[in-house]
Design a protein around this ligand. Structure first.
Ligand code: DQA
Length: 161
């Protein structure tokens, strides 16, 4: 990934496995909005809020771990881990290892679905959790990331002063 100009004003939007198929995959659960459109909306909200949003999607956990490591020192991460939320311990450890706030998003209401989706191994180390709001959840998560980041910087400043 190329260097970003101001890491502290950059947010990573990271989507996990199968989310590249948004728009056509199980529209009853995930709607008909494509990933490209989701990314466009989040980038545009970022512009409004004064941050640059870098978008990435991967079907493999290791690549997602690398992306999260690369976002160390950034304002934060909006993350839809996809199915890795339910068993991805390496992803969980990556979230735990970076200071940047990671807000987890699920488009569907995972609690109204199969029982295996009721467990998230990533949520306990996330700075926030949004589920069941459709793709609008990504915009909520971006706002939450920025709020958490501001709180974190304020607390750091108070400690330094
Ligand atoms: C999902 C929910 C997961 O259970 C599922 O495996 C996904 C999508 C969601 O956005 O609702 O791939 O993360």
């Amino acid at each position: 990934m190329s260097a970003v100009s101001d890491p502290s004003r950059t947010v990573l939007l990271l989507n996990g496995p199968n989310l590249n198929l948004l728009g056509t995959r199980d529209p009853g659960q995930y709607g008909t909005t494509t990933l490209a459109e989701v990314e466009r909306r989040v980038v545009s909200l970022g512009e409004e809020l004064g941050v640059r949003v870098v978008c990435a999607q991967s079907n493999s956990e290791g690549v997602m771990v690398d992306r999260i490591h690369a976002a160390r020192g950034w304002a934060g991460v909006v993350l839809n881990p996809g199915a890795y939320a339910h068993y991805g311990i390496a992803l969980r450890d990556a979230i735990d290892a970076v200071e940047a706030p990671v807000v987890e998003v699920h488009i569907s209401n995972v609690y109204a679905r199969e029982e295996f989706r009721h467990t998230s191994v990533t949520a306990p180390v996330a700075a926030g959790y949004v589920a069941g709001c459709g793709v609008f959840g990504y915009e909520l998560a971006l706002r939450a990331v920025l709020r958490r980041d501001a709180e974190r910087r304020e607390a750091d400043g108070a400690q330094a002063g």
